[in-house]
Ligand binder design. Sequence first.
Ligand SMILES: Nc1ncnc2c1ncn2[C@@H]1O[C@H](COP(=O)(O)OP(=O)(O)O)[C@@H](O)[C@H]1O
Ligand SMILES: N[C@@H](CCC(=O)OP(=O)(O)O)C(=O)O
Length: 374
Amino acid sequence: MNRDFSQVQRVVVKVGTNLLSTAEGIDEHCIEDIVSQIAILMGKGIQVLLVSSGAIGMGAKELHLKDAVKQVAMRQACASIGQPILMSSYRKAFKHHGIVCSQILLTRKDMNNRHTYVNLRNSVMTLLDLGVVPVFNENDVVSTAEIGSAFGDNDRMSAMVASKIDADLLIILTDIPGVYTADPKKDPKATLLGEIEMLDEQIFSYAGGAGSTFSTGGMKTKLLAAKIAAVGGCGSIIASGYEKNSLVRLLEGEPLGSYIHPLQRISQRARWILNNSHLGSVTVDDGAKKALYDHKSLLPKGIVKVSGVFGQGDVIQVCSEDGKPFAKAVPYYNSTDIALLAGHKSKDIEEILGSGKKDVIFRPEDLVFLDNVE
Ligand SMILES: Nc1ncnc2c1ncn2[C@@H]1O[C@H](COP(=O)(O)OP(=O)(O)O)[C@@H](O)[C@H]1O
Ligand SMILES: N[C@@H](CCC(=O)OP(=O)(O)O)C(=O)O
């Protein structure tokens, strides 16, 4: 199949630790190579947002650590040491091409919260208008998977950036030519998948873990990232950054790596609901579930259970009676109020909670079904 990226105007490029590393640790020559390719793309009028890993690897190199850094506090210390070194390498490399770069450190919370997300979007758009390349990394010093505030890996973070900033293409550069039918480092018979139309369970079953000392996630998180991007109407390419001029050649449509096709773009609000972590759930009966699929609002009568603690406007999961989640939604009520309303008729809401309240728990536009996107 021909790949036509001639209309692409905004690209998110993610580079992993593996790609930036040699046996001695993070290597400045790899950074210079990526940056010179980005400069070529920008010369063609393409806006580039860079998501770069490598802070932990850089920090480990500075401390002369040779083994994987597993302890959370130590990873954070390495990230804190390594991030400014990483950025100074990027600054030097971009300056050589007359390009200004900036640093954006993100946590999952920044993306989840509507206000910080709007601020982020405004800042990024201003930077892009100025011709600056924003360089993103997870803010490892304050967010860890252990406290639930982290993306956990830059693969998914890059996809969320691509989705929220309406990028046309996400390119994940790694140390391997693309997605194989198994990890080729373990299975020499594995074959490369050049085009992936739909990320189904079979494709996910091929993906294994990370391939080196300081990297995170492996192929699984890259496929999860491609899925997030696809829902945002953004195609993804997972390819080797070792291939000479890979970025430039990919955008010229050369069939390198694995191209994961986008789905039809859904609205920003629907994407925000979908990509946001849920803080609780409501379980609804079969009648309410059918009504939701018939594009009706959720009434309190159909709710059989409320779990978790959430506020009005937070994202929650909607589960059927067998406990399986089938949608995500943003309710008008917090968990305490929904627990009080559960099983009651809408006309009782005023009596239970007082006047001036909404007569439904949420409306169809506050809900996204998971069927086609998970
Ligand atoms: N099905 C697969 N196809 C390709 N690579 C895979 C697969 N399963 C696991 N991997 C591993 O994923 C690694 C890339 O992910 P990772 O180590 O996290 O790199 P990065 O630092 O670029 O994010 C590859 O080096 C490979 O060992
Ligand atoms: N934020 C971490 C990288 C986390 C990560 O996703 O690593 P990788 O799998 O190498 O892209 C760092 O800068 O070291």
